[in-house]
Design a protein around this ligand. Structure first.
Ligand SMILES: NC(=O)c1ccc[n+]([C@@H]2O[C@H](COP(=O)([O-])OP(=O)(O)OC[C@H]3O[C@@H](n4cnc5c(N)ncnc54)[C@H](OP(=O)(O)O)[C@@H]3O)[C@@H](O)[C@H]2O)c1
Length: 350
């Protein structure tokens, strides 16, 4: 495994981050295809053995059970100080806004709950999951700074935002001596490359780490065809993200398969190896032990400049998909799936 420092921080992370959205109670949340605690523990144990030390979860993943499974496994198989744990908080719910729960209070409440789920005193990276148009950015930055000062979060990161939003937030933080975002978790892979317009050049300029999610387009860049797994059949959110562009994406996926065959490696290795030429540590999901093998191997696969250009050549601009398609002031959070999940968190004792 190779390691890299996350942006300007002293977090030294593996070049592969294990995404934990697929871990958790399948009856308690957005996804029906998540794997149980026994299978999760096997994957986390193997990831640690392979040198992966960077784990990404969120309070809204399967009602907090993703955090709980991760926390218990890390406690049993690793030393806390050797792991880098990232988790995320979502925007204030309409009920919190109505009840005048401030951003500061919201962040502290959610982080306390995440720490309880994870069974730890601090997280290494606390990520603002999606831009909240109903809460002033200044209040979010003050709230995040407070948890950093308290030692409950070592660093802060952001996900699903535009470059102007990150720039505005970090400028405010810099001018007011507050903690700044050190990393961005955007939606970026070979078949969705919109981050290349503004976010990637901005982050390179500012030395902000790139840790993109859905590195394999939720499996589409790891196999030819629709796939026969539980996730492939049941992940309606991934279908919503990728089905509209299936025809144009097919050309790129076929090139990944062709190059993989030529090089005698898997499609996953080619897809991740391409991504590793652009970013610091992609967040990769795994539902089987064998998935880790390919992810780890990708770190050592070399693609030539010609191979990289050939993989990139068929790409045409895409409309924003998934969470980023909802990054607009008029988007209502009332029925957002994460807000529905967060409502359950609000009722939990802290
Ligand atoms: N910030 C955000 O808004 C956000 C959004 C989405 C995800 N995330 C994070 O990013 C992580 C990854 O996202 P993701 O799960 O959508 O995407 P992904 O990493 O693109 O895809 C993971 C899926 O690809 C398939 N796969 C992985 N390795 C494979 C291999 N070697 N061979 C064949 N198939 C393989 C598996 O699908 P099957 O199960 O079908 O085999 C697996 O579930 C999540 O766990 C989460 O931590 C963050």
């Amino acid at each position: 495994m190779e390691y890299i420092n996350l942006g300007k921080s002293d977090l030294n992370v593996s070049r592969i981050c294990l995404g934990c959205m697929g871990f958790g109670d399948s009856k308690n949340g957005q996804h029906t295809w998540t794997i149980d605690e026994f299978a999760t523990r096997e994957i986390i144990k193997s990831a640690l053995e392979k040198g992966i030390n960077f784990f990404d979860t969120a309070i809204v993943y399967q009602g907090g059970t993703s955090e709980q499974y991760l926390g218990r496994a890390l406690k049993d198989f690793a030393k806390r100080e050797e792991c880098v744990i990232a988790t995320k908080f979502t925007p204030r719910t309409p009920e919190e806004i109505k009840n005048h729960i401030s951003a500061q209070q919201h962040i502290e409440n959610y982080l306390n709950k995440s720490l309880q789920n994870l069974g730890t005193d601090y997280v290494d990276l606390y990520i603002y999951h999606m831009w909240d148009y109903h809460t002033p950015m200044e209040d979010i930055m003050e709230g995040l700074n407070r948890v950093v000062k308290q030692g409950k979060a070592r660093y802060i990161g952001i996900s699903n935002c535009f470059a102007w939003q990150l720039c505005k937030a970090n400028n405010y933080a810099q001018n007011n001596n507050l903690a700044q975002f050190i990393s961005v978790q955007g939606h970026y892979n070979l078949i969705h490359r919109e981050e290349e317009r503004e976010m990637i050049p901005y982050c390179k300029e500012e030395h902000i780490a790139l840790t993109p999610y859905s590195a394999l387009a939720s499996g589409r860049l790891a196999r030819l065809g629709k796939g026969n797994t539980k996730r492939a059949k049941e992940d309606s959110y991934a279908k919503f993200k990728y089905d509209k562009t299936e025809k144009e994406d097919k050309k790129i996926i076929e090139r990944v398969a062709e190059l993989a065959q030529k090089k005698g490696v898997t499609m996953t290795e080619v897809s991740l190896s391409w991504l590793l030429t652009k970013v610091d540590s992609p967040v990769v999901g795994a539902t089987k032990l064998s998935h880790l093998e390919d992810a780890v191997n990708s770190v050592h696969l070399h693609l030539s400049t010609e191979e990289i250009s050939w993989l990139e050549e068929p790409y045409l601009p895409h409309a924003l998909a998934g969470v980023m398609a909802q990054n607009k002031p008029q988007a209502s959070l009332e029925n957002h799936v994460w807000v529905q999940n967060a409502r359950k968190i609000d009722n939990t004792e802290r």
